[in-house]
Design a protein around this ligand. Structure first.
Ligand code: DGY
Length: 313
């Protein structure tokens, strides 16, 4: 039987399915593997099931000889696709199943920053709520405002559908619309017109630092930036600086650049920033669907068929 090495514990049903199709070797600890552990575990395996924190580069592919890498995520910027392609190693992701869930979180962040939900929660917990008054925690309207979506792919379109339900005007840059009424804009025009800018692009060499100092300055004064895509799409230094000087109204960030578990500590002192720990797709239902999708891809590859979610052809 061919061996599959899994870098993070899978949900029970997925484990059972995979175990019936291959020799399954799985890291059972909820701990990121070191590179040495990854190399040791995957050596000689047919396939690898990774999370987005496992770096799979040419050296890993060469040292292990794996023929397929199934990422338990829709994003795959942790994998060197050019190296995989050059070695004819299949790489798969989990598109579709996390679209609505991630769009829900993006919208949650829009409301959290505009209506100051996290700030209000902190105030109540500190026992500082002294009763309703007309000026208490005044936020900004969401309905009727303009939402600029950068990257109108699956998730961007799901955000656009929600925005339409909230009576927002939706403009977009990059990607393509479906049934929801959205108007295309250059990035500059989108930034200048939007009350909320929500990022939904994958991380590539083109999108790294897509939102830098010039782009942040081009945003409307008082606008909000929402990032549920990848931290490295935004220049964090420029963002913090714009928040500190009051150019932006706030930010809702689910992802952070560099070492994502250590966001810039200056963000912690800004009341108008809502920070979540990369939980865009984090519901029980969706994580299971993602794991199942990764397993579907591996099971296809194990039987010699092209997996359904190949990221290169
Ligand atoms: C992904 O799948 O790429 C998300 O960032 C995590 O679900």
């Amino acid at each position: 039987m061919k061996r599959i090495f899994v870098t993070w514990p899978l949900p029970e049903p997925t484990q059972a399915r995979l175990a019936s199709a291959c020799e399954l070797v799985m890291n059972v600890e909820e701990e990121l593997l070191t590179r040495a552990e990854l190399l040791r575990g995957a050596a000689g395996a047919f396939g690898l099931l990774t999370t987005l924190r496992d770096r799979v580069d040419a050296a890993v592919l060469d040292a292990t000889g794996v023929r397929v890498v199934a990422n338990w995520a829709v994003g795959y910027d942790n994998i060197d696709i050019a190296a995989a392609r050059a070695r004819k190693v299949w790489v798969t992701n989990t598109p579709g199943v996390l679209t609505e869930t991630t769009a829900d979180l993006a919208f949650g962040l829009i409301f959290a920053v505009a209506r100051r939900i996290a700030e209000g929660d902190r105030l109540v917990r500190r026992a500082e709520f002294r009763g309703w008054h007309p000026g208490l925690l005044l936020g900004r309207e969401v309905h009727g405002r303009t939402l600029g979506i950068v990257g109108l792919g699956r998730i961007g379109r799901a955000v656009a559908r929600r925005a339409a339900g909230f009576g927002m005007r939706v403009i977009y840059h990059g990607g393509r619309p479906d049934d929801v009424h959205c108007q295309p804009r250059s990035l500059q025009d989108l930034l200048a017109e939007s009350d909320f800018v929500s990022l939904h692009v994958p991380l590539t060499t083109e999108t790294r630092n897509l939102i830098g100092p010039a782009e942040i300055n081009a945003m409307k004064r008082g606008a909000f930036l929402i990032n549920t895509a990848r931290g490295d799409v935004v220049d964090q230094e420029a963002l913090v600086e714009a928040l500190e000087r009051g150019h932006l109204g706030g930010a809702g960030l689910d992802v952070f650049p560099g070492t994502p578990e250590r966001p810039d500590p200056r963000l912690f002192t800004l009341e108008n920033v809502v920070l979540t720990p990369h939980v865009g797709s984090a519901t029980r239902e969706t994580r299971l669907l993602m794991a199942e999708r990764a397993a579907d891809n591996l099971i296809a590859a194990l039987s010699g068929k092209a997996p359904p979610d190949l990221v290169w052809r």
